[in-house]
Write a protein that binds this ligand. Structure first.
Ligand code: GDP
Ligand code: MN
Length: 376
């Protein structure tokens, strides 16, 4: 789950990371009032689940509260990477001497949380990685020991020549790592981490991504969820207890089981197609889920062909077949549908489909190939 900058700032600040105080505003007048309280000179920042807000015009400086009202008026309602800005963060301006990058990501290949730092901050870290790979130092944290102080010190001295700044940032990195671990994060990024003209190191931006599977133990973070800024299809999928990720291909996939869903996507690619989504309808025998799934897929305008790939284990083929019949009677499908059905109660399922005018295949390759062809 993505959270907003102001929410990530809260988490970091709770763990002792120095973050300037800020206030969230949803109207220009609220922004002006916040600026008044913060002393007038502020930065007004779009709160959306997207990076690169600065470049998109979503971060503006204001010298007075009237100017903050004006800038908030410009930013609120703005479209940043397809998301409408509904709130801004108003924070005191800082006197910036330098900007650095500090981030932690879960690196699945290394099987470790990996800390990345660079003195080339404020810009896209991907760009730094591509053009100046030596400007980034990475540290894979051994999960048995956590982040050790000497390692944090090493990162600090890589970032800053000034020993005072290096010490401050080392201690911030330790706190950032604690915040990351405690929140079940898969990403925590401070870009930029600044040194002020009086030599103080602080975080003036924060981005965190929380592992959905860690949310159950952190209701206070779950409460940060902003449904309005999430993909509407994914929100509905979650409500229907489906695991759905929207992609940009044209073959809609409806599969039972995450492993089979991944294999199906691979095979779609293998036969020259592009999956429109990842969708796991789960192992249950519930026709309502099939209806919800088909509804989601059919509403994606990119979908030109729909593929069901069902391997009946706990899931019974007859239930899925009933779900498909029910769903197609309720939804006016505009695209061809290809069904692969095998396993528990296969004969029954195939018969139900045949009685309703659907052909079912047993072979996965054949079904995927057909679905890809039908989408072209
Ligand atoms: P992002 O573009 O979405 O990553 O948003 P950031 O919060 O990183 O802001 C972009 C840039 O705006 C930063 O790199 C800073 O250069 C600048 N900025 C942000 N906050 C302040 C501030 O308080 N004072 C000044 N002078 N610049 C700021
Ligand atoms: Mn940033």
């Amino acid at each position: 789950m993505n959270i907003h900058e102001y929410q990530a700032r809260q988490i970091l600040s709770d763990h002792g990371v120095p973050v300037p105080a800020g206030e969230v505003a949803r109207t220009p007048d609220e922004a002006a009032a916040a600026a008044e309280r913060l002393g007038g000179s502020v930065v007004v920042k779009a709160q959306v689940h997207a990076g690169g807000r600065g470049k998109a015009g979503g971060v503006k400086l204001a010298k007075t509260s009237d100017e903050a009202r004006e800038k908030a008026g410009e930013i609120l309602g703005m479209d940043i990477k397809g998301i409408t800005v509904r709130a801004v963060l108003v924070a005191p301006t800082e006197d910036i001497a330098s900007e650095a990058y500090v981030g932690i990501v879960m690196d699945r290949a290394k099987q470790a949380d990996t800390i990345m730092v660079s003195a080339e901050g404020g810009v896209d870290i991907e760009e730094v990685a591509a053009t100046m790979p030596d400007a980034i130092r990475k540290l894979a944290v051994d999960p048995r020991y956590g982040l050790l102080n000497h390692q944090a010190a090493g990162l600090g001295h890589f970032l800053y020549d000034d020993p005072k700044a290096a010490r401050q940032v080392s201690s911030i990195i330790v706190k950032l790592y604690q915040a990351y671990r405690a929140s079940g994060a898969t990403l925590a990024e401070i870009n930029p981490m600044i040194v002020t003209s009086d030599g103080e190191v602080k975080a003036i931006d924060a981005k965190m991504n929380i592992d959905d599977n860690a949310l159950f133990r952190m209701p206070e973070i779950e409460a940060f969820r902003d449904v309005e800024s999430e993909n509407p299809a994914e929100v509905r999928a979650r409500e229907a207890e489906l695991t759905y990720i929207q992609l940009d291909g044209n073959v809609g996939c409806c599969v039972n089981g995450a492993g089979l869903a991944m294999a199906t996507m691979d095979l779609v690619k293998y036969y020259g197609g592009d999956p429109a989504n990842f969708l796991d309808i789960g192992g249950s025998s519930n026709p309502d889920k099939v209806v919800a799934a088909l509804q989601l897929i059919s509403e994606d305008p990119n979908v030109k062909s729909i593929l069901f790939n069902i391997f009946g284990g706990i899931t019974r083929c007859d239930d899925v077949a009933n779900g498909i019949v029910e769903a197609t009677s309720r939804i006016d499908l505009q695209v061809p549908i290809t069904i692969r059905l095998t396993g528990t109660n296969e004969e029954l399922g195939v018969k139900i489909l045949a009685d309703n005018g659907f052909e079912a295949m047993v072979d996965m390759d054949e079904a995927v190939k057909t679905a890809v062809e039908r989408g072209q």
